[in-house]
Design a protein around this ligand. Structure first.
Ligand SMILES: Cc1cc2nc3c(=O)[nH]c(=O)nc-3n(C[C@H](O)[C@H](O)[C@H](O)COP(=O)(O)OP(=O)(O)OC[C@H]3O[C@@H](n4cnc5c(N)ncnc54)[C@H](O)[C@@H]3O)c2cc1C
Length: 179
């Protein structure tokens, strides 16, 4: 099962509350925004007009010592006008990604199920995975089986080479973001 997922760390920050005018200047229609980079930037405004910004990843067992600074960098590439804005909060967590970014649902044995690898979309999908597992345990497995038929290929490299392979691959695609 471990070959199906790899861990990556992703980080977020929250600025100080901004004035209404400034907030609307950044995101006019108050929508959630994501770009199409491999190391995706995603952002929206909070109810109290903070800019919530997600961006930046690392592939180590440790988080950056200064998360606010780490995430501020990609934010300023998009919004340089925020250079003097205070960053109130920074945080992060570890996500399990699959190779094709589809969740991995599998029935291992009659009453043994696995659901993992939501690849950064776990708010909705982890809930769905749990629901489908519960339905399968209660005897109605059609939806679980449908999801588990979606192929989730193993990361290549076996136990020893999988990790360095992932890091090399991620760095390659992250570099392409910059070209
Ligand atoms: C930086 C970052 C950005 C993300 N962005 C997105 C996004 O934009 N969209 C998206 O869909 N997903 C996103 N995710 C993933 C998403 O947050 C998770 O997939 C989702 O929160 C998982 O929900 P959960 O309820 O399974 O687990 P969690 O939200 O982790 O909840 C588990 C809870 O159990 C508690 N707990 C753990 N152990 C114990 C224990 N022994 N006793 C009691 N309580 C315990 C924990 O404190 C926690 O409150 C992001 C994750 C990170 C880290």
């Amino acid at each position: 099962m471990t070959g199906k997922i790899m861990p990556i760390n992703n980080f977020m920050l929250a600025t100080e509350p901004l004035s209404d005018a400034w907030a609307r200047e950044l995101i006019r229609d108050d929508v959630a925004v994501a770009d199409s980079k491999f190391v995706v930037n995603y952002f929206r405004l909070s109810a109290d007009n903070r800019l919530l910004w997600g961006g930046g990843e690392n592939y180590r067992s440790r988080f950056p010592t200064d998360i606010k600074r780490f995430v501020r960098k990609p934010m300023l590439e998009v919004f340089p006008q925020l250079a003097d804005v205070r960053i109130d909060y920074g945080w992060g967590g570890t996500l399990a990604i699959t190779r094709n970014r589809m969740p991995h649902l599998q029935r291992l044995d009659a009453n043994l199920f696995v659901a993992q690898g939501y690849s950064g979309h776990g708010v909705a999908l982890a809930t769905l995975g749990g629901k489908l597992m519960a339905e399968a345990i209660a005897g109605s497995a059609e939806k679980f089986d449908l999801f588990s038929a979606v192929p989730t290929p193993n990361f290549p490299g076996g136990t020893l080479l999988r990790w360095p392979g992932l890091v090399a691959g991620m760095l390659y695609y992250a570099l392409k973001d910059r070209l």
